[in-house]
Design a protein around this ligand. Structure first.
Ligand SMILES: NC(=O)c1ccc[n+]([C@@H]2O[C@H](COP(=O)([O-])OP(=O)(O)OC[C@H]3O[C@@H](n4cnc5c(N)ncnc54)[C@H](OP(=O)(O)O)[C@@H]3O)[C@@H](O)[C@H]2O)c1
Length: 271
């Protein structure tokens, strides 16, 4: 799909993967960007950066996707007076630690951000694209964590399993209407997600298997414009994804848990 002079909405555009995808879509594809996140100052800085460097238009759209109604408000604002041709639902949060320790408000925010807002916005934009000539492109950012249970990121992995399953079903349902759904499933990326969750106690930029946000965004944007149904960036991640299909799940869960040894915040709660 050619996005030159067309609008692409990206959630989670204030940092990490979303920020780098916005930069690439503006710089190399000439796309106008609707940048969604909570931190308005960062979205305003992105507008200044991209408009002056690449001559595209940027609409900063501050929204908290945990709030009921914000997904619909984003859709209404984005589509009023402009044609949106692409949407990347990238905003996401994790929790790293013992599953029993995850505070209820952390779990609720995760469910709202990683699942509820993704479903709501997929429905709104999917229906919008399906109704019109030319369809549209939607990409859901999942994770390798969604391919197998993942101790110490238990709820996060389950939300990303949902995104993979939901996105792939939706791809089938909307294909004939000219709407592409790309599920993008990266492994570790050196972003604020690692530092905010404490995962940086185990994983850092430059470690084997940890991609830079720029490198990962390049593969994501390529999959999005080519309208691929599933994309996993990096040879190592694609190898692991194959192993997830063939190795016994008990073994995989144990190996995944072992990755976090020494990095956990504290001992499991006493019973
Ligand atoms: N980093 C990894 O290792 C990794 C691996 C696999 C998949 N992923 C996935 O990649 C995606 C991007 O993550 P990242 O690594 O780039 O993390 P990040 O740097 O922490 O970015 C997360 C983005 O989501 C936004 N966001 C979070 N909560 C929000 C809310 N309630 N409302 C609106 N926006 C919200 C944040 O913006 P504000 O804080 O300004 O709202 C930020 O722009 C996520 O879906 C994540 O699950 C990441």
């Amino acid at each position: 799909m050619n996005f030159r002079g067309r609008w692409v909405l990206i959630t989670g555009a204030s940092s990490g993967l979303g920020l780098e995808m916005a930069r690439l879509l503006a710089k190399e594809h000439g796309a106008h960007i609707i940048a969604v996140a909570r931190r308005e100052d960062r979205l305003t800085a992105l507008k200044t950066e991209l408009e002056s460097a690449h001559g595209v238009q940027v609409l900063p759209l501050s929204a908290d996707l945990t709030k009921p109604g914000d997904a619909a408000r984003v859709f209404e604002t984005a589509t009023s007076g402009r044609s949106v041709d692409g949407v990347i639902l990238n905003a996401g949060i994790t929790y790293f630690g013992h599953a029993l320790d995850q505070p209820p408000e952390s779990f609720d925010a995760m469910l709202a951000t990683n699942i509820t807002s993704v479903v709501r916005m997929s429905q709104l934009f999917g229906a919008h694209f399906a109704k019109r000539e030319g369809g549209g492109a939607l990409m859901l950012v999942a994770s390798m964590a969604g391919f197998s249970p993942l101790p110490y990121q238990a709820a996060y992995a389950a939300t990303k399993s949902f995104v993979i399953s939901y996105g792939r079903s939706l791809a089938y349902e909307l294909r004939k209407a000219g709407v592409s759904i790309t599920v993008f499933a990266p492994g570790g990326i050196a972003t604020e997600m690692l530092s905010l969750s404490g995962l940086d106690r185990k994983f850092k930029a430059g470690d084997l298997g940890i991609m830079s946000a720029e490198a990962c965004a390049r593969i994501a944007v390529d999959a999005f414009v080519r309208r691929r149904e599933l994309a996993i960036p990096g040879i190592l991640n694609r190898f692991l994804a194959t192993m997830f299909k063939v190795l016994p799940q008990g073994f995989l869960v144990g190996r995944s848990a072992a990755m976090y040894e020494g990095g956990l915040p504290k001992e499991p709660p006493a019973t």
